[in-house]
Design a protein around this ligand. Structure first.
Ligand SMILES: Cc1cc2nc3c(=O)[nH]c(=O)nc-3n(C[C@H](O)[C@H](O)[C@H](O)COP(=O)(O)O)c2cc1C
Length: 192
């Protein structure tokens, strides 16, 4: 890509990349690294980005250890990289978990039964197991549950919303790298 020349161009590039990443499974930014305040990291699927509020949305099992970590300390990092475009987007923000409410309800309603199947897991994620396990009910290991069956998964489903406070954008180019940092609306160029 041609490197953006103005901070407004960079703002637009960030918004476009994150919006596209949420809707396109083949986009490498669709599966960023999500870090929690305890220093742990994991890959998660980006479900939505709202450039107006600079909020990322992810889905997770409310019983998973990261949920308790985020509720104890909401400081979070999210790291995106598009290898072909040579763009890194490195974010810091505050996470919040919503198990109920309009956002969680809409996100659950929009999911396929295949996606909802994960939330039927009998054991909490990260539970120790004596044997290798999918942690799926055996009847759904190779089958998609129907509408009635997936309902039981709703109580384990939650959304993770991360409101971004700082976005560090880096573009690698032979002609010279470019880097800009945004604290909320305020942006400035920095040495790469
Ligand atoms: C490609 C990929 C996508 C993933 N997407 C999600 C996701 O959307 N939500 C999620 O909770 N875990 C997702 N995971 C699993 C997490 O990386 C992690 O292993 C799991 O959530 C347990 O994390 P925790 O122990 O920090 O709770 C994904 C893993 C991979 C490899």
């Amino acid at each position: 890509m041609d490197t953006p020349q103005t901070l407004d161009d960079v703002r637009a590039d960030i918004a476009r990349r994150l919006v596209d990443a949420a809707s396109d499974r083949s986009n490498s930014m669709h599966v960023p690294v999500v870090g929690t305040a305890d220093g742990d990291m994991r890959i998660m699927v980006l479900r939505d980005y709202d450039p107006e509020t600079r909020t990322l949305r992810f889905h997770t099992d409310a019983r998973s250890p990261k949920v308790a970590t985020i509720e104890a300390d909401p400081a979070m990092g999210v790291l995106f990289y598009d290898k072909a475009a040579k763009v890194q987007i490195r974010c810091r923000g505050r996470g919040r978990i919503e198990r109920t409410g309009a956002i969680a309800d809409a996100a659950w309603a929009a999911g396929t039964n295949f996606a909802k199947r994960c939330y039927l897991a009998p054991q909490a994620p990260s539970s120790a197991s004596e044997e290798p396990t999918s942690n799926l009910p055996s009847e759904y290991e190779n089958a998609e549950p129907d509408d009635a069956a997936v309902k039981a998964g709703r109580e384990n489903f939650s959304v993770l919303l991360i409101e971004l406070e700082r976005i560090d954008w880096l573009h690698l180019a032979h002609s010279g790298h470019r880097r800009a940092v945004f604290d909320g609306d305020a942006g400035h160029w920095v040495a790469p």
